[in-house]
Design a protein. Structure first.
Length: 342
């Protein structure tokens, strides 16, 4: 069976873009058709300045929302990255295979480093090397497919390069993964800036629909979405990005096609109204289930505990094999019943 790995980073509240672009497919397709692992990648949240309490809070919220979106721990593995030591263990080994030039060519590193510098902050080394940690996340589990948005494809290509290089130098150890991308709404854009992704890391979000936004908040944000000059409702991603974004969101929520839907509207207002209501209806069951899960925190903790144990069992043989292949001396297990000297 195909193995799939993907994750969410707890750097902000999860958004409509996260749901339509990834989470909904994970629940509807991937967990049923593949051996699927879904991870809250909390170590990645440490690459920039952060509030520790907020990272913990968002990690729990992200895990709860994954379950609320329909992930079933009987069908897939849901866990937190830092609960499985193999991620960090393998990351260092892969850093010994990666090159400085590869890291500095990563587009996200360039963008995020420039943003940190504009804010007057320093750029952490982990921001440069986190694509290697992402590679470790994937390769530790022998994942065949990695569902990602357009902005992460470069990192999956790096993962492939590192795996092939390691296999060539030290012997076949890793499965070579491939990136997979959904169609419509693979990259939902900001309602106020349709040239930018609807990112969860933005703290202020008039153009961002969060998964836990109240219906009135959703409605207000969508009705105030930026559109384009002209009056005709047409689907043209390049010339009319604002309209294209609304049509893609509506299509993703209703199961239609953006170009076909555009022909049903003669005004921007009607399109916005229908899009807002469609988003509200899509989020309604997720929000209801999230509320139920929040009332039973012990259930979520149990899912994460069991998920980490299962993930550890999958990852450890591969990571141990990588350690042996690259030349590290295996640890000698303690003899049964032996007492350590004090």
């Amino acid at each position: 069976m195909t193995r799939v790995f993907s994750g969410v980073k707890p750097t902000g509240h999860l958004t409509l873009g996260n749901y339509l672009g990834a989470m909904r497919r994970w629940a509807a397709v991937d967990q049923h058709e593949a051996d699927a692992l879904f991870c809250v990648v909390d170590l990645h949240a440490l690459t920039v300045d952060h509030d520790p309490a907020r990272v913990r809070r968002l990690s729990r919220q992200s895990a709860t929302l994954l379950l609320a979106a329909g992930l079933d721990p009987e069908l897939c593995t849901v866990f937190v990255q830092s609960h499985v030591d193999e991620h960090a263990r393998l990351s260092y080994v892969l850093e010994c295979v990666a090159t400085d030039g590869e890291m500095r060519r990563m587009i996200q590193y360039k963008e995020k480093a420039a943003r940190e510098q504009r804010r007057g902050g320093s750029v952490r080394l982990s921001l440069l090397t986190y694509p290697v940690l992402m590679a470790a996340d994937i390769l530790a589990y022998g994942a065949d497919e990695v569902p990602v948005g357009d902005d992460q494809v470069q990192h999956v290509e790096l993962t492939r390069d590192l795996a092939m290089r390691f296999n060539q130098r030290y012997g076949h150890t890793f499965v070579i993964p491939r990136a997979t991308r959904p169609g419509v709404a693979a990259r939902v854009m900001n309602l106020q800036d349709p040239a930018s992704k609807m990112g969860k890391s933005d703290d202020v979000g008039p153009g961002i629909v969060y998964l836990l936004d109240e219906p009135d908040v959703v409605r207000r944000k969508v009705l105030r979405a930026v559109t384009d000059s002209g009056r005709e409702v047409v689907y043209d991603r390049q010339a009319r990005p604002g309209l294209a974004n609304l049509l893609e969101i509506l299509a993703a929520c209703t199961g239609g096609e953006p170009a076909s839907l555009s022909g049903a509207y003669t005004s921007y207002g009607a399109l916005k109204k229908d899009t807002a209501e469609a988003v509200i209806e899509v989020l309604r069951p997720l929000q209801a289930r999230h509320q139920e899960l929040c009332a039973d925190p012990g259930y979520v903790e149990g899912v994460l505990r069991d998920g980490a144990q299962r993930a550890r069992g999958m990852a450890r043989p591969t990571v141990d094999a990588a350690y042996r292949a690259i030349g590290l001396l295996p640890a000698v297990p303690e003899a049964a019943g032996a007492v350590s000297a004090v």
